[in-house]
Design a binder for this molecule. Sequence first.
Ligand SMILES: NC(=O)c1ccc[n+]([C@@H]2O[C@H](COP(=O)([O-])OP(=O)(O)OC[C@H]3O[C@@H](n4cnc5c(N)ncnc54)[C@H](O)[C@@H]3O)[C@@H](O)[C@H]2O)c1
Length: 255
Amino acid sequence: MRGLAGKIAAVTGGGSGIGQAGAVRLAEEGCTVAVIDRNGPAAAETVARIAALGGKAAAFTADVGIEAEIAAAFEAIVAAFGRLDILVANAGIFSAEHDSPVHKLNKSVWDEIVGVNLTGMYLSCKHGVGAIRATAKSGAVVMTGSPTGVVGCTPGSNAYGSSKGGVHGLARVMAVDYAAEGIRVNVVVPGFTLSPIVHELVRDPAVLEPLVRSIPLRRGAQPVEMSGAIAFLASDDASYMTGSIMFVDGGLTAV
Ligand SMILES: NC(=O)c1ccc[n+]([C@@H]2O[C@H](COP(=O)([O-])OP(=O)(O)OC[C@H]3O[C@@H](n4cnc5c(N)ncnc54)[C@H](O)[C@@H]3O)[C@@H](O)[C@H]2O)c1
């Protein structure tokens, strides 16, 4: 893809699943990748995978929901690589067990899920976009949204769906705010993707089978199937795209 070679990219939640696949793909396209995750060994594992492929990466341990940690991570990235061009704001959590219909949704559960998925996205963008503006000046932000932020496809997951609807809104307003500076902001919406985050859905056939039947392509995605969309939106091939929400969902939201 055009315009990725030589760029510095940061990926939150880069230690697993979609973020890991996106980090590897950006490295394959010639980016140097800062892998940010609250799970330090997982981030290091992604860095090792990239190194094994001949790419360049470094791990940064931070919780996106804790401002001091994520701010320090972006400071360390700029200190290590001199600039930041691309932010993939992707870290997120899901809990079928604790999230619930709103009349019985514990505020502590709401606070935890919204705190990572929406407040953590805001904090990653606050300090990540700050780093892009202060160094590369222009660049691209790719955020990970969800079908649950658009349609009610995961009944009971009120905190999760609300957090992801918020991500889509944040991305659109950011796209307008930073367009004149040449910082594009877009969202990838993964469909049901077979990463550790969906382990509760995969282990229960009563949940898994109707879910897969509801997907026109009749299967879950592999994380690597999200990586092309992430790299594309970060690249100059998407130079006229900002404020877009790109569905990579096997048709889930088309029906
Ligand atoms: N898998 C799916 O079906 C699916 C569908 C739609 C959207 N998404 C979204 O995709 C994104 C990536 O999810 P995934 O499927 O790769 O899940 P995953 O669990 O495989 O990976 C998530 C990564 O984020 C990290 N993380 C979690 N909370 C963090 C925090 N507070 N600070 C820093 N890192 C943190 C985890 O340690 C993990 O490495 C999430 O935002 C998720 O909501 C996933």
